[in-house]
Design a protein around this ligand. Structure first.
Ligand SMILES: *Cc1c(COP(=O)(O)O)cnc(C)c1O
Length: 425
C-alpha cells in the first residue's frame, strides 16, 4: 500500500521533527519494522482534522491514504457501525448476509458491473480479479493454457505475491522472487506498446488474456489516463477477446469527481476493483464484473471476512451519504479550487515544481527532477505547518483529503503548503 512510498524514502524521514510523549521505542521494539513512520502518534479525528497524542491539531489531506471518504468520526458512519455491531457484525459466508446483498445491489445499480465479490483490501480485490481472468481464460477463451495479464509500468496493484508481480515497479518485487508467472508490462498511456506486446506474446497457447490498469495511476505519481489511449485500449480488447480490468482501488468511490474513475475516460471495464474509500476506512475490498465473465462457481474463491455485515453496512452508508449529500459536486468544486491554488504555487516556484495534475480530489504536484528536494522533504515541512500530505514517489506530492473537505479547508491547506515551501526552499 501507499506507505511503500514512505519506505522508499526511509533515510529521509529525519528525527529532527518533534517527538511526542508517545513511547515510540516501545512501539518499535514490538511492531515489525515494515513502515518508516513519521514521528507523531494520532489520538483522534473529526472531519478533516486529526489530533496527535500531544494535542497538536493537523489538517488531514491524506485521509488514511485516500480512504476516509467521509473524514473522521462522520455522524452517519458512527451511527451505522454502532448499530451494526450491536445487531451482528460477522457470521461468515455460510449464510446469506442481507447487508452484503444490499451493498451489491447498490454497486450494480451505480456501475457498469453485474456481479460483485467481496473481500477486505485492494490487493485481495486484485487477486480476485487475476484469478477470475485466469479462470475465464481456462474455461471460456479457447481453453487458453498460458494466459498473460498485461499491466502498466509505474503501476501499483498491492503487496501479495501476485499483485507485486502485477505491479510494474521492480522495487516492490526485489527479494521476493520467484514471482508469479503470466505477467508482462507496457508503459502507461502508450497504445503502440500495447499493440506490440499483444503481437509478441501471441505464441501457441500463450496469449494476452487481460489488460489490468489504473484509470489514473495513484502511487505511480498521480498520473491520469489519456482519453484517446483508453478508447483505443477498449477497442483492442474487444477485437482480440481480451478482458479489460481496471484497478479502481484508489481512484474509485467518488474521489475522481465521478463515482468511478472510468467515467472520466468514457469507457467501461469488464472487471474492476474497489477498496480504499469504499467503506470510508473500515477494511473492505470488492471485485466487480460483467455477467459474461462472472465465471466463479462455489469453491472457486472465498474470504472468511469478505462481505461481513459490519463492513458492508459501513460501505452502504458511505455510498448513500455520497449520494444524499451531493458529495461528487463538492469533490469537483474543491478539486478545481485545489488545482488552481497548486498551479499558482507551481507558477511562483518554477525552479521547484514542474506540473499539477489530477482529477477531483486526487491531485499531484510534481517536483522538478533535477533538484535535490524530494516530496518527503515537503511532506515533513508541511507537517511542521500542521498539514498532513502524502508522497506519491520521490518527486510527487499527493493531495487526497476527505471528500467532504470545505472551501476554507482547501484555502487553509494551500496557505500551509506555501509556508512549508518557503521553509524548505
Ligand atoms: C492501495 C492500492 C492497492 C492495494 O490496496 P491494499 O488495500 O493496500 O491492499 C491496489 N491498487 C491501487 C491502485 C492502490 O492504490
Amino acid at each position: 500500500m501507499s506507505q511503500s512510498t514512505l519506505l522508499d524514502n526511509s533515510s529521509a524521514i529525519s528525527s529532527s521533527m518533534n517527538t511526542s510523549s508517545f513511547d515510540q521505542d516501545a512501539f518499535n521494539s514490538k511492531v515489525m519494522n515494515t513502515y518508516d513512520r513519521f514521528p507523531i502518534a494520532i489520538a483522534r479525528g473529526e472531519g478533516c482534522r486529526l489530533w496527535d497524542t500531544e494535542g497538536k491539531e493537523y489538517l488531514d489531506f491524506v485521509a488514511g491514504i485516500a480512504t476516509c471518504t467521509l473524514g473522521h468520526a462522520h455522524p452517519a458512519l458512527v451511527e451505522t457501525v454502532t448499530q451494526q455491531i450491536k445487531k451482528v457484525h460477522h457470521v461468515s459466508n455460510f449464510y446469506y448476509i442481507p447487508e452484503q446483498g444490499r451493498l451489491a445491489q447498490w454497486l450494480v445499480e451505480h456501475s457498469c458491473a453485474d456481479k460483485v465479490f467481496f473481500c477486505n483490501s485492494g490487493a485481495e480485490a486484485n487477486e480476485a480479479a487475476i484469478k477470475l481472468v485466469r479462470k475465464y481464460a481456462h474455461t471460456v477463451l479457447d481453453f487458453l493454457e498460458q494466459p498473460v495479464i498485461l499491466t502498466a509500468k509505474a503501476s501499483f496493484h498491492g503487496r501479495t505475491l501476485a499483485t507485486i508481480t502485477a505491479t510494474g515497479q521492480p522495487k516492490y518485487q526485489k527479494d521476493f522472487e520467484p514471482l508469479v508467472e503470466g505477467f508482462a508490462y507496457v508503459p502507461y498511456n502508450d497504445i503502440t506498446a500495447v499493440e506490440n506486446a499483444i503481437a509478441d506474446i501471441d505464441e501457441g497457447n500463450r496469449r494476452v488474456a487481460a489488460i489490468m490498469i489504473e484509470p489514473l495511476q495513484g502511487e505511480g505519481g498521480v498520473r491520469p489516463g489519456d482519453l484517446e489511449y483508453f478508447l483505443r485500449l477498449r477497442k483492442i480488447c474487444d477485437e482480440n477477446n481480451i478482458l479489460l480490468v481496471f484497478d479502481e482501488v484508489q481512484v474509485g468511490v467518488g474521489r475522481s469527481g465521478k463515482l468511478w474513475g472510468y467515467e472520466n475516460l468514457g469507457v467501461e471495464p469488464d472487471i474492476f476493483t474497489s477498496a480504499k474509500g469504499l467503506a470510508g476506512g473500515i477494511p473492505i475490498g470488492a471485485m466487480l464484473c460483467k455477467d459474461f465473465c462472472a465465471v466463479f462457481e462455489p469453491g472457486s474463491h472465498a474470504s472468511t471476512f469478505g462481505g461481513n455485515p459490519f463492513a458492508c453496512a459501513a460501505a452502504l452508508t458511505v455510498l448513500q451519504t455520497i449520494e444524499s449529500e451531493n458529495i461528487l459536486q463538492n469533490v469537483q468544486a474543491r478539486g478545481e479550487q485545489l488545482r488552481v491554488k497548486l498551479r499558482a504555487i507551481a507558477h511562483q516556484y518554477p525552479y521547484l515544481f514542474k506540473e499539477v495534475r489530477g482529477w477531483g480530489l486526487i491531485d499531484g504536484l510534481e517536483l522538478q527532477a533535477d533538484i535535490e528536494l524530494t516530496s518527503i522533504d515537503i511532506v515533513k515541512a508541511a507537517m511542521n505547518e500542521s498539514l498532513l500530505l502524502a508522497p506519491a514517489g520521490p518527486k510527487v506530492l499527493r493531495f487526497v483529503p476527505p471528500l467532504i473537505v470545505s472551501e476554507t479547508e482547501v484555502d487553509e491547506a494551500a496557505q500551509k503548503l506555501e509556508k512549508a515551501i518557503t521553509a524548505v526552499s
